[in-house]
Write a protein that binds this ligand. Structure first.
Ligand SMILES: NC(=O)c1ccc[n+]([C@@H]2O[C@H](COP(=O)([O-])OP(=O)(O)OC[C@H]3O[C@@H](n4cnc5c(N)ncnc54)[C@H](OP(=O)(O)O)[C@@H]3O)[C@@H](O)[C@H]2O)c1
Length: 211
């Protein structure tokens, strides 16, 4: 199993080149990991880049950070390369045709499940979708480490992702199988709604326990 927190470098491929991909790339690199963006772009702010297939092939762990509307097609095209790999799904099924963010799937299915079905032998873990990119690595908040809620069918993959999240400043709460993406994806809308109402974008969730 991949091990985080012990000081060793892990090769992390990040499919995408948007705000999330760049924030994760810089954050993971600061922790000593070897990162590569998988993108159609030839150059992304001096970060190491390759095609999505190259970024997956050379990685111990892959993060999917592309627009939700293209996630399934892209993962389908990468399914063979993703076989056996941990695939962290950071995407949200957002469509903005009305100007108000809405989910294009929900209640009885989710993008996390669609991503898992698109690459059945990948070990998909939903994570990162409930917080803004600025807080994704090493969030510094007065209330201490926030909670990243995750979901996935493969317990070993979730343990690996939990290690990565704990190394980078998060408590982790496991909501169960990948179908719990049906709960996690709407949570992004709650994060956005609170930001829009307050005009602040530095918030994250924390799960508190009585014991
Ligand atoms: N922004 C946030 O703070 C945040 C927070 C939580 C979750 N998320 C989710 O994380 C994902 C990434 O968000 P983002 O804001 O970084 O970026 P984004 O603007 O949602 O997506 C940018 C990425 O989508 C890819 N893409 C767009 N159209 C494509 C197409 N037709 N074919 C192939 N690839 C295409 C681009 O690939 P190329 O690199 O090849 O151009 C680019 O890397 C989204 O699903 C978003 O909902 C975002």
């Amino acid at each position: 199993m991949l091990c985080f927190g012990g000081g060793g470098a892990v090769r992390i491929g990040i499919v995408g080149s948007g705000q999330v991909a760049r924030a994760l790339a810089r954050g993971y690199a600061a922790h000593g990991h070897r990162i590569r963006l998988g993108t159609r772009q030839a150059e992304v702010e001096g970060l190491p880049v390759g095609s999505p297939a190259e970024a997956v092939r050379d990685a111990d762990l892959v993060v999917l950070a592309v627009r939700g509307t293209v996630a399934v097609d892209l993962v389908t095209s990468l399914a063979e390369a993703l076989e056996g790999r941990v695939l962290v799904d950071a995407t949200n099924p957002l469509e903005g045709s009305t100007g108000v963010p809405r989910l294009f799937v929900g209640h009885t299915d989710s993008l996390g499940e669609r991503v898992q079905r698109a690459a059945p032998r990948a070990r998909v873990v939903k994570a990162y979708n409930i917080v803004g990119n600025a807080l994704m690595v090493d969030p510094q908040l007065p209330g201490g480490p926030p909670t990243m809620f995750i979901a996935g069918d493969d317990d070993a993959a979730k343990a690996t992702v939990t290690g990565l999240l704990q190394e980078t400043g998060w408590d982790v709460a496991d909501l169960g199988g990948i179908e719990a993406s049906r709960l996690l994806e709407p949570m992004c809308l709650a994060w956005v709604a609170y930001g829009a109402r307050t005009g602040t974008w530095s918030h994250a969730l924390k799960l508190l326990h009585a014991d």
